[in-house]
Write a protein that binds this ligand. Sequence first.
Ligand code: HAM
Length: 443
Amino acid sequence: MSILQAVRGTRDLLPPETELWNHIETTARRIFERYSFGEIRTPIFEDTQLFSRGVGEETDIVSKEMYTFTPVAEAGKNRGQIELAQSLTLRPENTAGVVRAYIEHKLGETGQLQKLYYIGPQFRRERPQRGRYRQFFQIGAEVIGPPSAGSESPLRDAEVLEMLATFLGELGIQGWRLLLNSVGSATDRPRYVQTLRAALEPVVAGMCEDCQRRAVTNPLRVLDCKHPEDQPIIATLPRIWDSLDEGSKEHFAAVCTALDACGVAYEHDHRLVRGLDYYTRTTFEFVYGDAGEGGLGAQNALLGGGRYDGLSEAIGGPKAPGIGFAIGEDRLVLALEAQARHTPQLAVAYIAPLGERMNGAALVLAKELRATGLRVELGDGSFRLKKSFEAANKLARAIVILGEDEVASGILTVKRFASGEQFKVPRDQLGQELALTPTATSN
Ligand code: HAM
């Protein structure tokens, strides 16, 4: 019989790699808390319309990457009525879901800014490659609220960007760059799109197929094109900056001033328009390594985000401008692995019972040590001593031998692998001794 495997574009995450994932998530939670964000958990699937109306019909995500399904209509159990078949979609991103929840729970009526973060899987039917998966994980956040709560303030943008710089710094990611741009207000954007459409008309025939399609459906996305042959043409296209109104220019300048004040470096990238329709004003990406070579290759955007105004209205809610981001956790893991910033943790000790009769006593000793917060591996009395040593050397920093003599005398034999030293220690001091064992890996 054929062996079943994980579906293309999905994968299992296994220890010790999951340790790194947990480390990233713990760090994110710790930092977001300092900035007063609270966690939101929204469903993994939503009404398909949420994404077509929220993210935009013409975006790549909605037009070709969504996992959409229509469950067979079910007879309602209680009142015998038929539940209408509803088109559902596995969430390709979570901003739309957060805004839906904001509307559904009337969070705007508090009059306060809502600062919400999430961690979880997203689904896009993209061509799988390193750093690009069909089920991938995002750590994201949104700051959203009525304008009276200050949701439009450029200080919110700068605060979010400073938080992200702090997060990457605490994780130890080096060499990231922050690309920043403004795509203007809800009225600037259509004006620019018109200008762009006109400028593309005479030149688009000489561009790649994607650009030809986008010139018609979503001209902004032409600026995202990576085809080398198209670059000279793109360089001649009008810049979005020249279509921005004074308000958007001032907003952008205020974001930059606040970033300068706190020393967060950025580059104004005039072509950064991002692939989702809801953005207005500030857009940004943190990139890692070169797009063209090494590192994450073309998948070098560690995270992306921006400001939006109109998304809430598009899905039936009140005016609720916001700013948010989503970090590609899979890519962050790749970046950290490339920098070897994380060494898997070993247990402080491996308890080796001498003979099966000592198994119970060994379990008690492991329980005692674990109760003090130490990470402990428990062997098995059926193993010969040599096998116990081999296993311990892979899993722990030290081995503790537990035979009848040790139990009777309360004096235990410990061997530390890194230094090779072997010594005896009274049982009540064992935990303290083990905690002192250096963290150097054993082999
Ligand atoms: P996005 O740029 O589509 O934005 O995704 C954010 C990040 O998710 C990307 O920069 C990338 O690191 C990661 N990512 C996207 N697709 C994949 C994939 N197939 N495999 C691995 N990683 C991927 C959004 O999703 C917006 N909701 C962000 C946002 C929040 N804007 C405002 N608020």
